[in-house]
Design a protein around this ligand. Structure first.
Ligand SMILES: [Zn+2]
Length: 62
């Protein structure tokens, strides 16, 4: 079964909602409205967030 990801164009002057197939995850698509390149994030909210930041959330003592 094919799911569709809905992603909004980050261009504030466009904000077009694009529907892309799940196979486009991790790739980039081009907005049909303004030609902005949008990156489709990998599966969100599944506990696998390896590409957010590689630094641990450590408090730096001043
Ligand atoms: Zn756009």
């Amino acid at each position: 079964m094919e799911e569709t990801i809905r992603i909004m164009c980050p261009n504030l002057l466009c904000r077009k909602v694009l529907g892309v197939p799940t196979s486009a995850r991790g790739k980039t698509v081009r907005c049909k409205g303004c030609s902005t390149t949008i990156r489709i994030p990998d599966k969100p909210g599944t506990g696998k967030d390896a590409s957010t930041s590689n630094a641990p959330a450590a408090n730096k003592p001043a």
